[in-house]
Design a protein around this ligand. Structure first.
Ligand SMILES: [Zn+2]
Length: 257
């Protein structure tokens, strides 16, 4: 694994912009004009971390392999909390890749689902302790998901407007909250799960594929802290959208910036 290239290279002093600078000892630069010193990590995402670059690279690798924080901390020889903050840094780095505001267009699948909560009791829409999540998938493209306060018509239609270009063809199930899509300027086709699962092109198997991908992974964690859930959901979105890419490379490229 290449440790070089994660940190910025300095060609001038960040204080006085003088060009007479040098490496004085491991990890430290010095300006011979203004006499100031600075760390090799200055301005990098790793500035606050005291962990060696080799360990950062290994942490990204372990994250890619979906190793738990506990197991990763043993392999890295780092405290649980340190490993946790490294994972957190990786998740926040990923967040930059998932928050782009281009609207989806073409053929879109829209659906909502519930995450978390106890297994007992009411299931499905309106179950207590469950976190509602809204999802959009562009066929042949990416999925985008987010936690919502509720699944009322206004909420879901407003989100659809924000994230999908008008005139797109939107596929949903029979849920009433999607009733207004046509009056918002979308073409709208519905699939009735009660009748048959897929009717020609009228299906939402794509977004449902994401729901099961995400829920399979969440099972391993025996529930996620509701406060951390939005960040974790974005991680799952990222893993799904980049499931055919080299995650390690994608994260490293992002970590450098
Ligand atoms: Zn200087």
């Amino acid at each position: 694994m290449r440790a070089k290239g994660i940190l910025p290279t300095f060609h001038e002093c960040p204080y006085c912009h003088g060009k007479k600078i040098g490496r004085i000892r491991r990890g430290l630069y010095k300006c011979y004009q203004c006499r100031k010193e600075w760390s090799r990590r200055r301005g990098s995402k790793l500035e606050k971390y005291r962990v060696t670059l080799q360990k950062v690279l290994l942490a990204v690798k372990l994250f890619e392999l979906e190793t738990s924080v506990r197991k990763a901390s043993h392999q890295l020889g780092l405290a649980y909390n340190t490993t946790y903050t490294l994972y957190d840094l990786i998740r926040k780095t990923i967040l930059h890749l998932t928050t782009n505001n281009n609207r989806f267009s073409g053929e879109i699948e829209v659906d909502e689902s519930y995450f978390g909560g106890r297994r007992k009791g009411k299931r499905g829409r309106g179950a207590p302790n469950k976190i509602p999540v809204f999802g959009i998938l562009e066929r042949g493209g990416k999925v985008r998901v987010e936690v919502v306060d509720d699944v009322k018509g206004d909420t879901l239609l407003n989100l659809s407007l924000k994230k999908v270009k008008r005139g797109s063809l939107v596929y949903t199930d029979k849920f009433r909250s999607y009733d207004g899509l046509v009056s918002y300027g979308f073409k709208h086709e519905r699939i009735d799960h009660g009748l048959k699962f897929a009717n020609g092109k009228v299906y939402i198997n794509g977004i449902e594929g994401f729901w099961s991908f995400a829920k399979d992974r969440l099972m391993k964690y025996h529930g996620v802290d509701p406060e951390k859930f939005p960040l974790y959901l974005k991680e799952l979105e990222f893993r799904y959208n980049y499931r055919n890419s080299d995650l390690f490379d994608v994260v490293m490229r992002q970590l450098k910036m």
